[in-house]
Design a protein around this ligand. Structure first.
Ligand code: MN3
Length: 216
């Protein structure tokens, strides 16, 4: 089983003007493809891992043979993180932008005070990342963990950051919203203005998809 580049559900120019078409094309067709190629190349050395899904590889990263563990962590993480990233964005004015609804909205308000305060905390977490990495809204616990009571779930909602392509699922966390803060994600349009990129990005967050991640 070889991993393949997932198709986007929108065109490269669909997130304009918040993310430019050229950045989207290079990011998806070149960067994401390179993570997949290098992941597949590493896995060729260990055919016994062929049946594992990307989640299974990353959840049990310590069980990956040492000679390819770093490659799976970096390139497998890169594949998972980017696949997630494409899905949680959508054209502004369609699914993209606005605010979350439903149980996610209630939980965010309970945890952070308001949606605006949540955004402030999320933006602030990005400032703390030196170099390349990701900012995430995660649930502390694995998908499908039935022990979680809804009333306690706000205690499990967290903002975290990960360096490089490290993936939250390797730490037993379930990502529901992730933001790529590598320079390749924004440099062509925003150069050194990372906070401007992030401020723009809120306009294309696909909240219906993030809500589905949360409700799962
Ligand atoms: Mn990237």
């Amino acid at each position: 089983m070889k991993f393949e580049l997932p198709k986007l559900s929108y065109g490269y120019d669909a997130l304009e003007p918040y993310i430019d078409a050229r950045t989207m094309e290079i990011h998806h067709a070149k960067h994401h493809q390179a993570y997949i190629d290098k992941l597949n190349e590493a896995l060729e050395k260990h055919p016994e891992l062929n049946e594992r899904s990307i989640e299974e590889l990353l959840e049990r990263i310590e069980s990956i043979p040492e000679d390819i563990r770093t490659a799976v962590r970096n390139h497998g993480g890169g594949h998972y993180n980017h696949s997630h990233f494409w899905r949680i964005m959508a054209p502004h004015g369609k699914e993209g932008g606005g605010e979350p609804g439903g149980m996610l909205s209630e939980t965010i308000i309970e945890k952070f005070g308001s949606f605006a305060d949540f955004k402030k905390s999320f933006n602030a977490s990005v400032t703390g990342v030196f170099g390349s990495g990701w900012a995430w809204l995660v649930i502390d616990g694995k998908t499908g963990d039935k022990r979680q009571e809804t009333s306690k779930i706000e205690k499990k909602l967290k903002i975290i950051t990960t360096p490089n392509q490290d993936c939250p699922i390797s730490q037993g966390l379930t990502p529901i919203l992730g933001l790529d803060i590598w320079e390749h994600a924004y440099y062509l349009k925003y150069q050194n203005k990372r906070q401007e990129y992030i401020a723009s990005w809120w306009n294309i967050v696909n909240w219906p998809e993030v809500e589905r991640n949360f409700e799962k």
